[in-house]
Design a protein around this ligand. Sequence first.
Ligand code: GLC
Length: 479
Amino acid sequence: MQTQQMVTENNIEVAAWSALEKSILYYKGRPVGTLAAVDETVDALNYDQCFIRDFVSSALLFLIKGRTDIVRNFLEVTLNLQTKKDQFNAYKAGRGLIPASFKVIFKDGKEYLEADFGEHAIARVTPVDSGFWWLILLRAYVVATKDYSLAYEPDFQEGIRLILELSLAMRFDMYPTLLVPDGACMIDRRMGIYGHPLEIQSLFYAGLRVGQELLICEGNEKLISAIDHRLAMLRAHIRKHYWIDLHRLNTIYHYKGEEYGKEAVNQFNIYIDSIPYSQLEKWLPKQGGYFAGNVGPSRLDTRFFALGNLMAVISDLASEEQSQAIMTLIEKRWTDLVADMPMKITFPALEDEEYRIVTGCDPKNIPWSYHNGGSWPVLMWMLAGACLKTNSMCIVERAITVAQARLCEDEWPEYYDGKTGRLIGKQARKYQTWSITGFLLAKELMRNPEQHLPLISFEPFSPKQVSRVCEFEINSFDV
Ligand code: GLC
């Protein structure tokens, strides 16, 4: 019986690897990425492109298997696509932006790469996350190959610098978090995540950590100082103001409004009636907790967002205690957050009037579908990473077992619908590459955590790094 199960598991992995192989994108004979999906039954739209965020899990798998060439090629071509000059045309990408996706086009018998910075994307959304994923991947490449020389090459140093300068630029804001429009990340449609969404903050934090590790000191002193300064403030801000557990809920429940001045306790002027506290009081387990989706003026978005929370654990943005509490929450609220397909992108879904107002009546984001409470297999690798980091092995083992029973048979859908994730997503692509790689990567991470977790994980801040924090006061980095 056990042997039969092992054969089945093995066959699923073989099928997954072969599907991944079919998604590889070639440019001038070199593998440079993977397509978002290889589903010939539906109109491709832009799913025939290589998305930066989608490629991350493919890349990590290639690194694990020693196929470092494809990752290096990807890093090089995307670096070439990065906007290098100041743009005075306000419809064009700003200096330092890495595109959301790219594709190979043929013109006059020649191959070219065409990037999309959001100027073609549905709703013209901006890919703020791309640069951070690119940095995370560059560091993973360095860790896997133990070869710093690529990152130290002048054009790579310039690429890192431009991404970070763009993120640390002067802005109209009072917080250390990054202010972005709606749909600037994996959730690339209107979902009420404009402002300071957790997903962007977790990736921003990881991106800053990469800058700290990979930027050569000489000539970058001011930027490095700004990075150190921002990292410390960002970490403290998220750990304090985004955190929700029963203890915090109690504090928030007794908030007073309209407080003025430095001594204000309710700094963001959260009106308690805007918080679904009676639901939260029931939903929050005694020991569990999580980071809110967004914090801004009179706003605390209490939805749970998986990517932001999992990446906060992996990147060390969450404290050790908070990381454990996040995993406890996932374990105790399994039916809401994982159920029949790991795992919910966000919980709970926006329903009724709230759905209509916040999403703009988006038919793809109806309640419990797609970004609005759908379940996304790609999140499995981040779940695995967070579980390994917190030593919560039983959670990831259970998640893999759940996914294994269906994913391959369902032909690797992009996402699932319904409160428990039992329905294949209404408009989901089949053979979605990051569903395949999310599953495979979770398995590989489990197989050899000591070797593979360091590719994505960050250690707690060392005192040496802390002592480097700014000698002079800079509120924002002046580019
Ligand atoms: C959808 C997802 C986005 C992903 C893209 C390609 O637009 O929301 O995160 O990158 O599909 O798979």
